[in-house]
Design a protein around this ligand. Structure first.
Ligand code: RTP
Ligand code: MG
Length: 150
């Protein structure tokens, strides 16, 4: 099923200038970027985005990290995109993330794990509408490609 996921390169990915390498992984897989913007997340937006973790001991550190410098927010579309992108991203703790995943290859620390991706269709819908207006999502047809989809 065609799905849209909210994916965001966190401040460490932007600062480390590895955005292009990360984006390439999604594009080479055959996924389609349908929205993108660089933004400095403010405290209110960070707290709303990570609301499910508000009672966790790491919440304040997480909010500081996410608001510390700009992030690159995207909507990425494709067949089963939500679970597929979570696989491409890898486990939350980069030390446990498999090599070959983004976190496994580029990160070392749970609090510097360089990328966020929606974990379910409900989260994707919520997060996309939190970060993007309808008119910022640019759906466009890629010519039918029998070399990617059967
Ligand atoms: P994300 O939401 O950022 O895509 O990450 P995730 O789904 O893989 O992990 P989640 O459980 O939603 O945690 C959100 C972010 O909080 C930080 N974290 N720190 N110290 C800790 O035990 C801990 N647990 C989570 C991570 O930066 C994680 O990405
Ligand atoms: Mg999460």
């Amino acid at each position: 099923m065609m799905e849209k996921s909210f994916v965001m390169m966190k401040p460490d990915a932007v600062q480390r200038r590895i955005m292009g390498k990360i984006l390439t992984r999604f594009e080479e897989k055959g996924l389609q970027v349908v929205a993108a913007k660089l933004l400095k997340i403010d405290e209110d937006l960070a707290k709303e985005h990570y609301g499910e973790h508000s009672e966790k001991p790491f919440f304040n550190d997480l909010v500081s990290y996410i608001t510390s410098s700009p992030s690159f927010a995207m909507v990425i579309k494709g067949d089963d995109a939500i679970s597929l992108i979570r696989k491409i991203v890898g486990a939350t703790n980069p030390k446990e993330a498999d090599l070959g995943t983004i976190r496994g290859d580029f990160a070392m620390d749970m609090g510097r794990n360089i990328i966020h991706a929606s974990d379910s269709p409900a989260s994707a819908e919520r997060e996309i509408s939190l970060f993007f207006n309808e008119d910022e999502i640019c759906e466009y047809k890629i010519a039918d490609d029998p070399w990617i989809y059967e």
